[in-house]
Design a protein around this ligand. Structure first.
Ligand code: AMP
Ligand code: GLY
Length: 419
C-alpha cells in the first residue's frame, strides 16, 4: 500500500518509523516531513494546511491511506476535505476534532455527561470574566478556548497573575480568535497521565499510558513547552487507577461524542490529573501526543497500519492489539532559548554514534547534505529497557553522544518512576 503521513515533527517521525515496519507498506510519503523523516519516508514539500495540494498528491500517487499528525489541519477540516474526494484518511472529522479545538465545547460535553473534570465557568465577555475571577481564590487556571500552540493555559498562583492572563487572552488577544472565549477552572493537584486511545465511535482501544514533562527546566521549573520528555509504563501508578480513568472518562467521552452526532475516529488523547478524588480530565486532544508517541509506538507489537485500517473500516473492536513489556524513555534535546526565541541552522553532530536508541527528529532540516537544527524541539532520543531505570540510563547515555550548539535537555525525565 502507499501511505501519506501529514506533519513534520517528532510524532510524525515515530508514526512513519512504525508504519515502515509494516510489510504492507510499499511506499511511504510524508508532507512536509523533516531531516530525519527523510530517512524513512519520501518527504514532499507540501505544508499541512495545503489541503488541495495534499488531496491532489494523494490522487496523483494513488495513495491508499492518509494519516494526519497535527491538530491544526484536523480542526480546520482536512479529514472532511479528503473524504469528500473519496481519499481514505485516518483522523477525526472537523465536528469531532472540536474536542481539542474548543475547550468550552469540551467542558460543556463533560458536564452534560457527568464525566469527571475540574469545576469551571466559561465566558465570552471580559468584564463578566474579570468580575467572576475577583471572587475566586488562587491558584486558579485560565484557558483560552481555541488552539494556541499549547500556550493557551495559565496556571495562575495569584489572582493578579490570573487577571493579567485573562486580559492577555480576551483583550490583548495574544492568541487571536482563540481568545474570544475563556474557561476559568478549578486548580487540580496530583500526578498527570496521558492515555492515548485508538477510537472508532464507541470502540475505545487504549494504548499504554505515558507521562509527559511540560516545563522546560528540571523539577518542573520554567515556562511550559510542547513536552520535554516522556516515559511508559508508569510503575508508580496502580493499574486500578488507569482502569478507572478509562472506564469513567475515556469510554464515556467516546460514547458522548457519538450521542452528540460527532463520532470520533482517530487517536483520542486524554490528559488526566490523578487527584485524591480520582482521575479527572484536564484536556482532550484529537491526535497522537508529542512526545508521547515517541515512547508509546516503540512498545506496539501489532502492525500500526492494520490498526489504522481497522479503525476506518469499523472493525477496531475485533483487532488484537499487543504491547511489549519493555519500558521506554524519551529525552527531548531542545534549542537554547526554547520555548522563547532560538537559533536555527546549527550543525548536529554525533547522530551516527548513537548505538542503542531511536532518534526521532522533531525540528531538523538537511542543509548541504548535513543535518542541522530547524526547530525548538530538535530531537527525541528514545531508549527501551527491561524497566524504567535501564531505559532511562540508556536514553541519557545515547543523548550525550549527540552534539549541537546550545543543546538543552531536562535531566530528570522519568525520575518520578524510579521506585
Ligand atoms: P493543557 O494545555 O490543557 O494540557 O494544560 C497545560 C498544563 O496546565 C497541563 O498539562 C497541566 O499541567 C496544567 N493544567 C491544566 N489544567 C489544570 C487544572 N485544572 N489544574 C491544575 N493544572 C492544570
Ligand atoms: N505532549 C502533549 C501534547 O501532545 O499535546
Amino acid at each position: 500500500m502507499r501511505i501519506l503521513v501529514v506533519g513534520g515533527g517528532g510524532r510524525e517521525h515515530a508514526i512513519c518509523w512504525a508504519l515502515k515496519k509494516s510489510p504492507k507498506v510499499q511506499e511511504l510519503f510524508c508532507a512536509p516531513g523533516n531531516g530525519g523523516i527523510a530517512g524513512v519516508a519520501e518527504c514532499v514539500p507540501i505544508q499541512v494546511n495545503q489541503f488541495e495540494e495534499i488531496a491532489q498528491f494523494a490522487i496523483d500517487r494513488s495513495i491508499d491511506l492518509v494519516v494526519i499528525g497535527p491538530d491544526d489541519p484536523l480542526y480546520e477540516g482536512i479529514v472532511d476535505h479528503l473524504e469528500a474526494k473519496q481519499i481514505p484518511v485516518f483522523g477525526p472529522r472537523k465536528n469531532a476534532a472540536i474536542i481539542e479545538g474548543s475547550k468550552v465545547f469540551t467542558k460543556q460535553l463533560l458536564k452534560k455527561y457527568n464525566i469527571p473534570t475540574a469545576a469551571y465557568e466559561s465566558f465570552d465577555n471580559y468584564e463578566d470574566a474579570a468580575a467572576y475571577l475577583r471572587k475566586q481564590k488562587a491558584p486558579i487556571v485560565i484557558k483560552a478556548d481555541g488552539l494556541a500552540a499549547g500556550k493557551g493555559v495559565v496556571v495562575a498562583q495569584t489572582l493578579e497573575e490570573a487577571e493579567k492572563a485573562l486580559h492577555d487572552i480576551m483583550v490583548a488577544k495574544v492568541f487571536g480568535e482563540s481568545g474570544n472565549q475563556v474557561v476559568i477552572e478549578e486548580f487540580l493537584t496530583g500526578q498527570e497521565m496521558s492515555i492515548l486511545s485508538f477510537v472508532d465511535g464507541e470502540t475505545v482501544r487504549p494504548m499504554v499510558p505515558a507521562q509527559d514533562h511540560k516545563p522546560v527546566f528540571d523539577n518542573d521549573k520554567g515556562p511550559n513547552t510542547g513536552g520535554m520528555g516522556t516515559y511508559t509504563p508508569l510503575p508508580h501508578i496502580p493499574q486500578s487507577i488507569i482502569d478507572e480513568a478509562i472506564e469513567t472518562i475515556i469510554k464515556p467521552t467516546a460514547k458522548a461524542m457519538v450521542a452528540e452526532g460527532r463520532p470520533f475516529c482517530g487517536v483520542l488523547f486524554a490528559g488526566l490529573m490523578l487527584t485524591p478524588n480520582g482521575p479527572k480530565t484536564i484536556e482532550f486532544n484529537a491526535r497522537f501526543g508529542d512526545p508521547e508517541t515517541q515512547v508509546v509506538l516503540p512498545r506496539l507489537k501489532t502492525d500500526l497500519l492494520d490498526i489504522f485500517l481497522a479503525a476506518i473500516n469499523g472493525c477496531l473492536d475485533r483487532m488484537n492489539i499487543e504491547w511489549s513489556d519493555e519500558a521506554a524513555v524519551c529525552v527531548i534535546l531542545a534549542s537554547e532559548g526554547y520555548p522563547g526565541s532560538y537559533s536555527k541552522g546549527l550543525p548536529i553532530e554525533g547522530l551516527d554514534e548513537v548505538q542503542d536508541a531511536l532518534v526521532f527528529h522533531a525540528g531538523t532540516a538537511v542543509k548541504d547534505g548535513s543535518i542541522v537544527t530547524s526547530g525548538g524541539r530538535v530531537l527525541g532520543v528514545t531508549a527501551l529497557g527491561r524497566d524504567i531505570a535501564e531505559a532511562r540510563a540508556k536514553a541519557y547515555a545515547e543523548a550525550d553522544r549527540i552534539r549541537f550548539q546550545g543543546k538543552h535537555y531536562r535531566t530528570d525525565i522519568a525520575k518520578k518512576a524510579l521506585v
